[in-house]
Design a protein around this ligand. Structure first.
Ligand code: ADP
Ligand code: ZN
Length: 681
């Protein structure tokens, strides 16, 4: 048994605990700090013990009889009554000569320390006893009272609860640090900024504009910042002021962090990166102190860049959600940030870049001159941008000959840069899993499908009836959108279940800046086409249209209340770009208007549904053909639709192309390539 035990415990350290390995370091650090607390506490205790007592030699306790005897024999030099509790007895020369012949004495003929001590029961009795014992003595000793602070005792009295408190606090903080993901969880670091620093020496900042694909306009604008950092004199010579803050606005994954890093890389300056939520802690004042710390660090490394991701975590407009009351801390953090940004000189060489996907909810004070007065928009990439991003991320990959970046760019509408990076990586993993030498087109297509719909669920069982319903539902979407001029033409439909959804359809959204009422309405018809097909074919509807209905309802609501596209409500918009409405409890319109809105939304949706049913009834045959092909092959492409319903009369016409191009050109010189003709694999 014993053997077993020792074996067991001996094995434990060897138990492979790999996942924790990486945590070892912060943990070790924290323990080190704790160790110091213990050491200091211990040292204090020892010190107090040592100095508080003085160099007291332990004395012998004596009993009453011995004391009376000493007193009677006149061997006592002095009696000190300490705190009315203990009597300390000093012998005189006579007594010392008898009991402590070796003791050294002082001028009074007694030792420095008491020779005996005597515990007093009752004070009166003791005094009486001393008096009585010395009745016949010619030179009686009198009791002298001494008040002596008991350092040890009183220190312990407050030190112990304090130590307990400290231990409790430390345990609390450690627990919290752990639950927040460790990191700089020690109490000593709580006010320190959590910015990650990328130096020239660290390899991470070797990002340059080369690594950022697309985003041409953003690059041009941010190039200026690089120039500021590289040769500030050029601007300051003329009295110009270098901007302090630049706000990058755009959806997640579009490369805002990447862009900021590339600025640091291009200008060859250090780069502090952190997220807005890193400032937030449950303790009051921590956020502000972290901001201060961050700026101090940055100033010592100037010229440099501070990058704050998700600045909306602290920069949200102040004083709006007063109900929660919990935003005082966030406010003070924001105030500190504003103060710091005002505080450092314009030309100190620190530039703050911040990223958000909602510039509209930021506090206006953040956007004022001298703070984040520049905004750069970082949008989702268009087809050209997507191709370039594919190029960047395919650099390190071993590609097969059939991989076509143009084709892939077309297959990935709405993908962000991060999604595309993900596709490339996923494709490489898939090829590796299949033991291929190089990554081919199919791997990329599979990766795209996977990113879109989550993992294919091969083992998800669908009954044949269910499959039929799904097929008709999806075919309904495809048919209506093909037959409507302004609905997005279809790329591909599958009924292979993925993740949570049973089927999926991909459309090529035209990249348009404004949408007409007609376009919006037709999109709604196409969205309702799924449910309408179920109605037309089976005479009953199912729950499978939940997300369609949600989308349509929102769209109709937006048409009526935001875009002023409804004749009954008229040219009114209840949209609030300041975001303040989100927090208010009242609606900006009357009850009566609310009723009208409800009626109009319902009217529009019902009308669209009727239109969808009408279209599908007219093309019942084509719908069935399409659905049957779906049941058979589980996937259909734009080509199949073309075969069944004929070419879209307007979709690919030169007219449309020209009109589109003109419209686009008017908006900006951005690229526009009508990509209406879907390709298939
Ligand atoms: P954001 O900060 O906007 O959320 P990131 O900059 O963190 O997005 O982008 C995440 C990843 O996506 C990057 O590391 C990069 O691999 C990829 N990526 C995004 N946009 C681009 C782009 N324009 N060019 C190349 N890669 C990109
Ligand atoms: Zn649907």
């Amino acid at each position: 048994m014993e053997n077993n035990e020792t074996k067991g415990s001996g094995n434990n350290p060897n138990q492979p605990d790999q996942p924790n390995q990486s945590n070892q370091k912060p943990n070790g650090k924290r323990r080190f700090n704790l160790m110091w607390i213990y050491v200091i506490l211990f040292a204090v205790l020892i010190g107090v013990n040592f100095f508080g007592r003085g160099s007291v030699t332990p004395q012998e306790d004596i009993d009453q009889g011995k004391l009376i005897e000493l007193l009677k024999k006149e061997e006592v030099g002095k009696i000190e009554l300490v705190n009315r509790e203990d009597a300390e007895i000093y012998l005189n020369k006579k007594g010392l000569a008898i009991y402590f012949p070796d003791a050294t004495t002082n001028a009074d003929g007694i030792t420095e320390y008491p020779n005996y001590s005597y515990k007093i029961g009752s004070l009166e009795r003791f005094e009486e006893m001393v008096e009585n014992a010395q009745k016949d003595v010619s030179n009686p000793v009198y009791i002298s009272n001494v008040r002596r602070n008991n350092w040890m005792g009183s220190i312990f009295e407050w030190l112990i609860p304090l130590a307990l408190l400290a231990v409790f606090y430390i345990v609390l903080i450690r627990g919290m640090g752990r639950s927040m993901g460790g990191g700089a969880g020690s109490i000593f670091n709580i006010g320190k900024s959590r910015a990650q620093l990328y130096d020239k020496n660290s390899s991470n900042v070797n990002v340059t504009f080369k690594d950022v694909a697309g985003l041409e306009e953003a690059k041009v604008e941010i190039m200026e910042v690089v120039d500021f950092l590289k040769n500030p004199e050029k601007y300051t010579k003329l009295g110009g002021k270098i901007p302090k803050g630049v706000l990058l606005v755009g959806p997640p994954g579009t490369g805002k962090t990447l862009l900021a890093k590339s600025v640091a890389g291009e200008a060859n300056v250090p780069f502090f990166s952190l997220s807005g939520s890193d400032f937030v802690e449950m303790f009051v004042g921590v956020g502000a102190s972290r901001v201060r710390d961050l700026f101090n660090n940055a100033k010592s490394k100037a010229p440099c860049i501070i990058f704050i991701d998700e600045i909306d975590a602290i920069g949200r407009a102040r004083g709006k959600s007063a109900i929660t009351g919990g935003n005082d801390e966030r406010e003070s953090t924001l105030n500190q940030l504003l103060t710091e940004m005002d505080g450092f000189g314009t030309n100190s060489g620190v530039i703050v870049l911040a990223a958000t996907n909602r510039a509209d909810i930021l506090d206006k004070a953040l956007l004022r001159a001298g703070r984040f007065d520049r905004q750069i928009y970082v949008e989702l990439p268009d087809i050209v941008g997507r191709k370039e991003i594919f190029e960047v991320h395919m650099r390190g990959l071993k590609l097969g000959n059939d991989v076509d970046k143009d084709f892939l760019a077309k297959q990935t509408p709405g993908f962000s840069g991060a999604d595309i990076a993900n596709v490339c990586n996923e494709a490489a993993l898939m090829a590796a899993r299949k033991g291929k030498e190089e990554i081919d087109k199919q791997d990329f297509l599979d990766a795209v499908d996977r990113i879109i719909g989550g993992l294919e669920k091969k083992n998800k069982i669908i009954s044949p009836e269910e499959k039929k319903v799904i097929a008709f539902h999806e075919a309904g979407h495809a048919t209506t959108s093909w037959l409507l001029q302004f609905a997005h033409p279809l790329v591909k439909v599958t009924i292979v279940p993925r993740g949570n959804s049973l089927g999926a359809a991909w459309y090529l959204p035209e990249e348009r800046q404004i949408t007409t009422k007609e376009q919006m309405y037709q999109e709604m018809i196409a969205t309702l086409g799924g449910r309408a097909a179920e109605q037309v074919v089976f005479g009953q509807i199912s729950t499978g249209a939940l997300s369609d209905l949600e989308k349509v309802t929102k769209q109709a609501f937006a048409m009526v209340t935001y875009y002023g596209l409804d004749e009954e409500i008229g040219n009114l918009s209840y949209y609030d770009s300041t975001g303040q409405q989100d927090y208010s409890l009242t609606k900006p319109f009357s009850e009566k208007t609310a009723e009208t809105i409800d009626q109009r939304v319902s009217f529009i949706v019902e009308k669209a549904y009727k239109d969808a049913v009408a279209i599908l009834t007219d093309h019942r045959e084509g719908l069935s053909e399409l659905a049957n092909k779906l049941i058979e092959e589980e996937v259909i492409f734009g080509e199949d639709l073309e075969r069944i319903f004929g070419k879209r009369p307007w979709g690919n016409s030169e007219d449309e192309k020209l009109k589109n191009a003109a419209l686009k050109a008017a908006e900006s010189q951005a690229e526009n390539q009508p990509e209406n003709k879907p390709e298939n694999a």
